[in-house]
Write a protein of this length. Structure first.
Length: 326
């Protein structure tokens, strides 16, 4: 996949291409449907399939005090977009200067002059250009003006052959729904909307060693880990180390109310660590991924370490049972 971070990086004379645009935070099932259609449409036109996205999220520029938390970090978003089979990704730096472009200026500069678009694939709710003044009708008019076709994609819904159970209602797949589920700790619903497990990525750092002292050593992620951290609680999930090995894990999110002064963190305890591979678990300094499968319980303050250890043993047993079917 070609990956451009600026219009100037796109080769002169690039094209023809079929393009789409969006923030694609989470790259959920709805996004995947658009991108799959993009790839199929590009194949029919013998063109390159190119997605246009933005970093930072426009809301972080226009209203940083109320911008939604991002579901995934930039590296994971790029990787997820690449997995859809697109040929190119233009990740534009979102600035107030870019936001001032009229819909016509934006389309001419990006779609036509830089990417040589012969077709555009978009949803009914597309908005673009200054003050989000451009919509579907605007795009269709610009298509007539500049000579590209406009293909409109229906929203991903329960009529899709791979639609998850959570879509039985009228609600459509959206990044806001994923955020809502994660903030509530409902990682199972988030995974259904995403079409994959939600993940957090970060460096393993030294903690206070309480887990090791209690017999449950954990990999502690740095506080600047990327990806939306779900609600406090204990989860079943996976730890993927820097070598790509995927380990079953019991994951704790929170400040551990049993101990005073603990800060909020993500900790993953690898279950049933093989004795012969002890060296594999020296993860300090590694960039690891933690994937969330299901929330087991919320955070509870226990009266002493003994009660906490008993509960942790139960948590690990429940994680083992859940993950054995994954």
């Amino acid at each position: 996949m070609h990956y451009w971070k600026d219009l100037a990086e796109v080769p002169s004379g690039f094209g023809p291409s079929v393009v789409t645009l969006g923030n694609f935070d989470g790259v959920h099932r709805g996004h995947q449907q658009v991108l799959t259609t993009l790839v199929e449409t590009a194949a029919r036109h013998s063109a390159s399939a190119v997605a246009i996205s933005f970093d930072p999220h426009p809301a972080q520029v226009h209203r940083p005090e109320s911008a939604p938390p991002q579901i995934m970090g930039l590296a994971d978003r790029v990787a997820a977009l690449e997995e859809t089979g697109i040929d190119g990704l233009l990740m534009m730096t979102y600035t107030l200067e870019l936001a001032a472009d009229t819909p016509e200026e934006f389309v001419r500069k990006v779609f036509v002059e830089a990417l040589g678009a012969c077709a555009v694939v978009i949803g009914h709710d597309v908005r673009f250009g200054k003050d989000n003044s451009g919509d579907l009708v605007t795009m269709q008019e610009l298509g007539e003006q500049f000579g590209f076709a406009v293909d409109v994609i229906e929203e991903y819904g329960s009529d899709q052959p791979d639609a998850p159970d959570v879509l039985n209602g009228d609600r459509r797949c959206s990044s806001s729904w994923v955020r809502e589920a994660l903030i509530e700790g409902d990682v199972a619903t988030a995974a259904q909307i995403l079409g994959r497990l939600h993940r957090v990525r970060g460096e393993v750092v030294h903690g206070d060693a309480r887990g090791r002292e209690l017999g449950f050593p954990t990999a502690n992620l740095s506080t600047d880990a990327s990806g939306l951290v779900p609600a406090d609680g204990v989860y079943a999930g996976w730890l993927i180390d820097q070598a790509g090995t995927r380990w079953p894990a019991a994951i704790s999110v929170g400040s551990n109310p049993t101990f005073v002064g603990a800060s909020r963190r993500v900790e993953a305890h690898v279950i049933d660590r093989p004795v012969e591979r002890t060296a594999d678990f020296d993860l300090y300094g590694q960039q690891v991924v933690v994937e969330f499968v299901q929330r087991l319980r919320g955070m509870v303050a226990y009266t002493g370490a003994e009660a906490l250890v008993t509960q942790m043993q139960l948590d690990v047993a429940q994680c083992r049972a859940l993950l054995s079917t994954e």
